[in-house]
Design a protein around this ligand. Structure first.
Ligand SMILES: Cc1ncc(C[n+]2csc(CCOP(=O)(O)OP(=O)(O)O)c2C)c(N)n1
Ligand code: SF4
Length: 294
């Protein structure tokens, strides 16, 4: 870790001044993700010349523009495809992606599936606000059943996408979910995600008062932020209640979002496997050459 700095110095060090103020509405959770990422980078002592950011399109995807580092602000849904390209071109870089639930789980769902399945070494910060914020509040695939959106004015009839469970099932090396109102756990997860050599998904539940909270009558900014605390439960506590709790307790926690670290394993990422393959082929070729020259 480098010399201790305070929040103001941190922002001065990493923010791209000329891009401020941000586009974020009052009470939007997305800005917190910027701070958490800065703390994680600072605490790990990363060289910003060795970090590259990528994003798609959406309010959340504006974030790389606010960071004083190299980044790609790309097309809607394609952040992970571009991030894979960055990693392929320069495997030494730490690649960090900012993406929305629409960007990542909606239009970009297929890229997500394959980046996680291939275990490509990148850290994906998915800012899940249950809605397409930038375009005024269309239903996102992560929206809870019953949610009101411009495209579901009578309530969402679909089951929500549980993106963490999907990533876990695909064998992603690191998977975690936290509400954005908890500062320390996301920072720790971002650090763990960056340090992990495989695919890391950190889902941050980020309130959108403008397009989601208002329409779903979740009240003023304070009560909207509190909603996330009241409707989430640590994975371990959820499992304990499901195994040993009373029927009443089980009923109470059933619809809650589980938070915590879902998966944290060390396994070779795609480019490590690729390097091993190249090495194997070089050795094979070498042996053939030596054999032929006898
Ligand atoms: C190919 C394409 N389709 C649709 C759009 C319009 N569009 C821009 S942002 C967006 C949704 C953004 O939602 P999300 O990714 O959840 O991010 P948020 O704004 O909520 O942070 C859409 C549909 C686009 N820019 N490109
Ligand atoms: S529309 Fe929602 S996601 Fe976009 S900046 Fe405003 S509060 Fe944030």
């Amino acid at each position: 870790m480098t010399e201790m700095i305070d929040a103001e110095q941190l922002r001065k060090k990493y923010l791209r001044d000329g891009m401020l103020p941000t586009i974020f509405c009052n009470g939007c959770g997305h800005g917190n993700a910027i701070d958490y990422t800065f703390w994680a980078i600072e605490e790990l002592g990363l060289d910003m010349d060795k970090v590259a950011f990528a994003s798609g399109i959406g309010c959340s995807s504006r974030i790389p523009g606010y960071i004083n580092a190299d980044g790609l602000h790309t097309t809607h849904g394609r952040a992970l495809a571009f991030a894979t390209g960055i990693k392929a071109a320069n495997p030494e870089l730490h690649v960090i992606v900012f993406t929305g639930d629409g960007d990542c789980a909606g239009i970009g769902g297929n890229h997500f599936i394959h980046a996680a399945r291939r275990n490509i070494d990148m850290t994906v910060l998915l800012l899940n606000n249950f809605i397409y914020g930038m375009t005024g509040g269309q239903l996102a695939p992560t929206a809870p059943k019953g949610s009101i959106a411009t495209t579901s004015p009578y309530g969402n009839i679909e089951e929500a996408f549980n993106i963490c469970e999907l990533a876990k099932a695909l064998g992603a090396a690191y998977v975690a979910r936290w509400p954005i109102s908890y500062p320390y756990q996301p920072i720790k997860s971002i650090k763990e995600g960056i340090q992990n050599r495989g695919f890391a998904l950190i889902e941050l539940m980020s309130p959108c008062p403008t397009a989601y909270g208002r329409r779903n009558k979740l009240g003023k900014i304070e009560s909207l932020w509190k909603w996330y605390e009241d409707n989430t439960i640590l994975i371990e506590e959820y499992e304990r209640i499901m195994d040993y709790g009373t029927e009443e307790e089980r009923k109470n926690v059933k619809g809650m979002f589980q938070i915590g670290v879902f998966q944290n394993v060390k396994k070779a990422g795609f480019f490590e496997e690729y390097d091993k393959l190249v090495q194997r082929l070089i050795e094979k070729d070498d042996a053939k050459f030596k054999g032929g020259s006898k």
